[in-house]
Design a protein around this ligand. Structure first.
Ligand code: PMP
Ligand code: GLN
Length: 378
C-alpha cells in the first residue's frame, strides 16, 4: 500500500535504545529516568484501582485532575483556565500534540516548526495534510531567531509549534523571547502549540515562561504538558492540554475519536498527588545536581558541553574528539565506548550536522558515574 508517511522510519529513540541494549552500553540516549518515581504516587494509583475506579472516565478527563491542573497553572503562571471547558487529559504529550494539529490544521495549511525539533511534530503535520515550514533555531546557541520566524509567516500559516524548555538543546526561552513571539503573532490568527513538557525542569534559579503567562499567547495557545517528565513515570503516558474554550472544543472533537479517554486510576492517583506542589518544586534542584555532576565529568573529556538551562538533556560538541558525523559518532560511542547518545541531526529534516549530540542525565548517580568512566577515554 502507499504509505501515509513515506519519509518515516523507526524513531531514533527506539533505534538507539536497541543499539544500547545490543552492546550492553549505558543508555543516555532515549530520555527516560532509570529510577523509580515517588512510591506515594504509585500508592495513590493502586488505591484508586482497589477502590474500583477502573472504568471509562469522562472523555475530557477526571474532573478532580482537571481542576488540580487549572489550579497549578494559575498558581505558577497566573492564568486561570476553566477546568471544565479548557483542560483536557491526554495519553501523554504525544497524543496531545497530534490531536491539537489534527484539530486545527487543514490540508495545505502551513505549520512552522523550529528546528531542531521533537521528532513527532513533522509527521503529525504531514498526517493532517499540512505543509511543514522549517525555521532553524540559531546554530550553536539554539535560540529563536525572530527575523527568520517573521519571514516564514505567510497568509497560509495556521500554526507554530514552540518548545521550551527545549528538547534536544536544553535552551529555555526568556521572558523577552516569549514577548517577541507574542508581538510577532499579534496581528495574525496563528495558533500556537506550546510543548511545555519540561516546564518543571529549569535550572540556575530561573523559571519557566509558559505561554500561559502572556495573555496574547494564552488566547491562541494549546499548552501541552506531560506527567511522565514531572513525576518520573514516562511509561504512564499521561499529560494534558490547556487551551481557550474555543480551541478546546475543536481539540475534543478529535480527542474523542482518537483515544476517547485515558486511563482512570492514574488520573485519580495524580489528582490526589498533585495537590502537593513540593514534588515539582523540588525537581529543578534534583536534576540540577545531576546535571552538574555530569558536566563536571564531561569537563575532563574533550567533549565540549553546551549550556543546559533546562530539561534533562545535555548536548555536547564532539568536534575535538572525532571527524565522524553525529549519527556515526553515536553508533561508534555506543558500540566502542559503551555509552548511547542521540545525534541532534535526527531532529532536523535535512539531517543538518553540527557535530552535536545529546545525552540524557535523568539517571541514577551510579549510571552517570559508569557512563563518565567510559567517556573519560575521550
Ligand atoms: N515533547 C517533547 C519535547 C518530549 O521530549 C516528549 C517526550 N520525549 C514528548 C513531547 C512526548 O511526551 P509523552 O511521553 O508524554 O508523550
Ligand atoms: N522524549 C524522549 C526523548 O526525547 C523519547 C520519547 C520516545 O522514545 N518517543 O528522548
Amino acid at each position: 500500500i502507499e504509505s501515509n508517511l513515506p519519509n518515516v522510519g523507526t524513531t531514533i529513540f527506539t533505534v538507539m535504545s536497541a543499539l544500547a541494549a545490543e552492546n550492553g552500553a549505558v543508555n543516555l540516549g532515549q530520555g527516560f529516568p532509570d529510577f523509580e518515581g515517588d512510591s506515594r504516587l504509585v500508592d495513590t494509583v493502586a488505591d484508586a484501582m482497589k477502590r474500583g475506579l477502573n472504568q471509562y472516565p469522562p472523555m475530557t478527563g477526571v474532573p478532580a485532575l482537571r481542576e488540580a491542573i487549572a489550579m497549578k497553572i494559575d498558581a505558577l503562571y497566573g492564568h486561570r483556565y476553566d477546568s471544565n471547558s479548557e483542560i483536557t487529559i491526554t495519553a501523554g504529550a504525544t497524543q496531545a500534540i497530534l490531536t491539537a494539529i489534527l484539530a486545527t490544521v487543514h490540508p495545505g495549511d502551513e505549520v512552522i516548526v523550529l528546528e531542531p525539533c521533537y521528532d513527532s511534530y513533522v509527521p503529525n503535520i504531514e498526517l493532517a495534510g499540512g505543509v511543514v515550514v522549517r525555521v532553524p533555531l540559531t546554530p550553536g546557541s539554539f535560540r529563536p531567531d525572530f527575523n527568520k520566524i517573521a519571514t516564514a509567516i505567510t497568509p497560509n500559516t495556521r500554526a507554530i509549534i514552540v518548545n521550551s524548555p527545549h528538547n534536544p538543546s536544553g535552551i529555555v526561552w526568556t521572558r523577552t523571547e516569549m514577548l517577541q513571539l507574542q508581538e510577532l503573532l499579534d496581528p495574525t490568527d496563528i495558533v500556537v502549540i506550546s510543548d511545555e513538557v519540561y516546564e518543571h525542569i529549569v535550572y540556575d534559579g530561573k523559571s519557566h515562561k509558559s505561554a500561559a503567562c502572556f495573555a496574547g499567547l494564552a488566547a491562541r495557545s494549546f499548552i501541552v504538558s506531560s506527567f511522565g517528565k514531572t513525576y518520573h513515570v514516562t511509561g504512564w503516558k499521561i499529560g494534558y492540554v490547556a487551551a481557550p474554550a474555543s480551541l478546546t472544543a475543536e481539540f475534543r472533537k478529535v480527542h474523542q475519536f482518537n483515544v476517547f479517554s485515558v486511563n482512570t486510576p492514574v488520573q485519580h492517583g495524580l489528582a490526589a498527588y498533585m495537590v502537593d506542589p513540593k514534588p515539582y518544586l523540588d525537581l529543578p534542584a534534583f536534576y540540577q545536581r545531576k546535571r552538574d555532576l555530569f558536566r563536571a565529568g564531561l569537563a575532563k573529556t574533550r567533549l565540549r558541553a553546551l549550556p543546559s538551562e533546562g530539561t534533562y538533556f545535555q548536548c555536547v560538541d564532539i568536534s575535538e574528539v572525532s571527524d565522524l558525523s553525529e549519527a556515526d559518532f553515536c553508533k561508534w560511542l555506543t558500540s566502542e565506548i559503551g555509552v548511547a547518545a542521540i545525534p541532534v541531526s535526527a531532529f532536523y529534516g535535512s539531517g543538518f550536522d553540527q557535530r552535536v549530540i545529546r545525552f540524557c542525565f535523568a539517571k541514577r548517580d551510579e549510571t552517570l558515574a559508569s557512563a563518565l568512566s567510559r567517556l573519560a577515554k575521550l
